[in-house]
Design a protein around this ligand. Structure first.
Ligand SMILES: Cc1cc2nc3c(=O)[nH]c(=O)nc-3n(C[C@H](O)[C@H](O)[C@H](O)COP(=O)(O)OP(=O)(O)OC[C@H]3O[C@@H](n4cnc5c(N)ncnc54)[C@H](O)[C@@H]3O)c2cc1C
Length: 416
């Protein structure tokens, strides 16, 4: 194991692996250090939905009111919050609440759209050039509704997204049931995001890790980064229990753990985990043709070949990745409210993962303000799998001193 490196990527999730891929393609030498195994962090068991339609940041008008309303009914709420009296956490909550505004949406819409489109295009190129088999399907994602009020809100949002370049189709009850016969009769309509797609994230990440390794990356696993040495406005050493590393460039892509990893870097990187769960079952007798979001319940349903996955719940401030059996059972119950399922299901995997969330719900991609050889790429919240391939290209452009594909100023760390 050498101690001097060209580019050291900390964290091998969808974002870190994509950065490594584009850096290698640009001719750089790459070392990835991961506390666990690459591709096994928060990307592994997620819904696998590729959503260039997701241009509205998580911090948007109405989110706080909905969260408070949901918390009055904890057994049904898609949202939860850890009670923790840490100044950083309380400050994050206050900043998040303040950012739930129209101006936050308008300010960030252009970069979210550019990043989503770049990422979707890059994903198609990666899948084709690297011949990755991961049950990628382009039939789109349908939001299903059982409630008139929620459907109306869904239609308004679709109209807004349509005006902002997102392809959407509103489906009345008859069209929906023709397109998706698995939907139960009391599903009254849907919104079809025809530009979205889905894939098995674990297969994609495992294949991407293989390609990155074959392209020459050194991958060091079970090696948590524990600290840094700084001198002359640079990171001079990255410390792990197995030794110290020097690198020309350091890229921080440790997902929800990024602010913990960065604790002695004197960075303002406000980030909180938002835990979610998934249940994966063997393909039941009848499988959906599309992936779904269950509109009133905020649960995602994704078919991957011979597997069907349900994901949901957003628990802010929770770092544990032990799934809560109560919520796993509720996910299945919610799915049964919308689609036909066999009476008993053969559960293959249960999982919990952490979404990395900034207070404005927008990723951070850019150079650290006072450390000339550090680039930070994190905070991708609910869409890190989708936005990985675009983020990877942008980070490679920054490392190589090239002009990024679009204006990255709204995504820089300085905004905090
Ligand atoms: C239930 C659920 C469903 C989701 N569904 C979707 C979806 O359908 N589509 C989508 O686009 N996104 C989805 N997401 C979000 C997506 O999974 C995340 O945004 C994404 O995983 C973030 O990627 P990342 O590479 O930044 O972080 P991670 O995937 O968390 O990877 C971070 C890596 O850093 C490593 N690490 C941590 N600490 C250290 C350290 N000290 N030293 C070295 N390495 C370290 C970890 O081991 C890990 O491998 C979902 C998330 C959840 C929880």
């Amino acid at each position: 194991m050498k101690s001097k490196h060209d580019v050291l990527v900390i964290g091998g999730g969808p974002v870190g692996l994509s950065c490594a891929y584009y850096l290698l393609k640009s001719g750089r030498q790459v070392t990835i250090i991961d506390a666990n195994e690459v591709g096994k962090g928060s990307g592994h068991g997620n819904a696998g939905q590729i959503v260039p339609s997701h241009i509205i940041p998580l911090a948007a008008p109405g989110v706080v009111t909905s969260a408070l309303k949901w918390m009055l009914d904890p057994a049904l709420s898609p949202f939860g919050m850890k009670i923790r009296f840490s100044p950083a956490y309380i400050s994050w909550l206050i900043q998040f609440a303040a950012a739930c505004s129209e101006s936050n949406v308008q300010r960030n819409l252009p970069s979210m759209r550019s990043l989503g489109q770049l990422s979707a295009e890059n994903l198609l190129t990666i899948l084709a050039e690297e011949k990755i088999e991961c049950h990628y399907q382009q039939t789109g994602i349908i939001t299903l509704f059982k409630d008139e009020k929620a459907f109306l809100e869904g239609k308004h949002e679709a109209e807004f997204l349509g005006k902002n370049g997102v392809p959407t189709e509103i489906l009345d009850k008859a069209t929906l049931h023709e397109r998706e016969p698995i939907a139960l009769d009391d599903v009254i309509g849907g919104v079809h995001f025809t530009g979205d797609s889905f894939m098995n994230p674990a297969s994609f990440l495992a294949e991407l890790a293989k390609r990155v390794r074959a392209m020459g990356a050194e991958i060091l696993e079970h090696m948590p980064v524990m600290g840094f040495e700084l001198a002359g406005g640079k990171i001079t050493k990255v410390r792990t229990a197995s030794g110290e590393f020097e690198a020309e460039h350091v890229v921080l892509t440790a997902g929800a753990w990024s602010s913990i990893v960065a604790r002695d870097l004197r960075l303002k990187l406000p980030l909180q985990p938002a835990r979610g769960y998934s249940v994966t079952v063997a393909a039941p007798g009848k499988m959906p043709r599309h992936a779904f979001i269950l509109g009133d319940r905020r649960v995602a349903v994704s078919p991957f070949g011979d597997l069907l996955r349900f994901t949901g719940r957003l628990e802010v401030g929770e770092y544990s990745t032990t799934p809560d059996p109560k919520w796993l059972a509720r996910l299945e119950k919610f799915v049964r409210e919308y689609i036909e399922l066999d009476e008993t299901l053969d559960v293959k995997e249960t999982w919990a993962g952490l979404r990395p969330v900034t207070p404005d719900g927008v990723p951070v991609i850019g150079r650290a303000p006072h450390l000339s050889n550090l680039i930070v790429a994190t905070g991708h919240a609910m869409v890190g799998l989708s936005l990985g391939p675009g983020t990877g290209q942008l980070v490679a452009e920054l490392v190589n001193g090239r002009t990024p594909a679009f204006d990255l100023r709204p995504l820089e760390l300085e905004r905090f």
